[in-house]
Design a protein around this ligand. Structure first.
Ligand SMILES: C[S@@+](CC[C@H](N)C(=O)[O-])C[C@H]1O[C@@H](n2cnc3c(N)ncnc32)[C@H](O)[C@@H]1O
Length: 217
C-alpha cells in the first residue's frame, strides 16, 4: 500500500491546476455550479467542498482518467459529481435524498453524460437495470453508517481493473470512537471485497476523513 502526503499527483486529462484570482486551484471545464471562481471555460474545484478534490490535492493517485465511466454514490446537490462529469465519460450519480437531487438536476442540465438516480446506494438492485456493468470507477462519499458495506454492495458494477475511490467519514460510523479505530474496522471490512492500493487522511480540508483507492479482489 502507498500512503502519499505530498502534492505530486497525476491529474486526469481534463483536470488542471490553474490560477483563479491569484490563487492556484484544481479546475475542470464546465458550467459553474456553486458560485466557484471561473476563468473562461475553466472553474475552480474547491477541496474544502469536495472530498474527491481533497483526495487529489492530498497527492493520492485516484486512477481516474478522462472519459472513464463512473458510478458516483452520494451525489448530494452535485458539487463534486459535476466536476467528475466535466472530465469523465458516462457518470451515474446516485443520491437518496429528494431535496439535493432537485439541485443535481440543474447540474445535469448542461452535462449530457451525467445521469441522476434518486436511489439508495445500499440497494444496488434498484438501479442495476440502468447502470452499465464494468464501470471504470466507483466514487463514494455517502457519509453514513455502513460505508464499507455500501462499497462492497456496489463492487458488482466495477470492471476487474476498475477502481473504488472512497471517502470515509469516521463520525458517520461512530461519533464516540477514535477515528483511527473506526478506519481500522473499515479497512478490515473493505478487504473482504477489495484490495486497498493507497490511502490518505483528508486534513486540512476535511477533519477525521480517510480517502482510499482500492480495486476488486
Ligand atoms: C457528504 S454528502 C456528499 C457530498 C457530495 N459527494 C459532494 O462532494 O458534492 C453525503 C450524501 O450522501 C447521501 N447518502 C447517504 N446515504 C446514502 C445512501 N444510502 N444512498 C444514497 N445517498 C446517500 C446523503 O443524502 C448526502 O447527500
Amino acid at each position: 500500500m502507498v500512503t502519499v502526503s505530498d502534492a505530486d499527483t497525476t491529474l486526469p486529462d481534463g483536470v488542471q491546476r490553474r490560477t483563479f484570482e491569484g490563487k492556484e486551484s484544481l479546475a475542470t471545464r464546465g458550467e459553474p455550479v456553486y458560485g466557484e471562481p471561473t476563468d473562461g471555460s475553466w472553474r475552480a474545484w474547491d477541496p474544502h467542498r469536495s472530498k474527491l478534490a481533497a483526495t487529489i490535492e492530498s497527492g493520492l493517485d485516484t486512477g481516474l482518467a478522462a472519459d472513464d465511466t463512473v458510478l458516483y454514490l452520494g451525489a448530494a446537490n452535485g458539487t463534486t459529481v459535476g466536476h467528475v462529469a466535466d472530465f469523465a465519460g458516462r457518470t451515474y450519480a446516485v443520491e437518496f435524498a429528494p431535496r439535493p437531487v432537485r439541485d443535481l438536476l440543474d447540474v445535469c442540465e448542461t452535462r449530457p453524460r451525467l445521469f441522476p438516480l434518486l436511489k439508495d446506494a445500499r440497494e444496488p438492485a434498484t438501479y442495476a437495470h440502468v447502470v452499465e456493468s464494468n464501470v471504470d470507477a466507483v466514487v463514494q462519499d455517502v457519509a453514513t453508517r455502513g460505508q464499507a458495506a455500501v462499497a462492497a454492495r456496489n463492487a458488482q458494477f466495477l470492471a476487474d481493473d476498475g477502481r473504488l475511490v472512497l471517502a470515509i467519514k469516521a463520525r458517520s460510523e461512530d461519533v464516540a470512537r477514535e477515528p483511527q479505530a473506526v478506519f481500522e474496522d473499515v479497512r478490515a471490512e473493505l478487504r473482504e471485497t477489495f484490495e486497498i492500493l493507497a490511502e490518505t487522511r483528508l486534513e486540512p480540508f476535511h477533519d477525521d476523513h480517510l480517502a482510499l483507492v482500492a480495486r476488486p479482489r
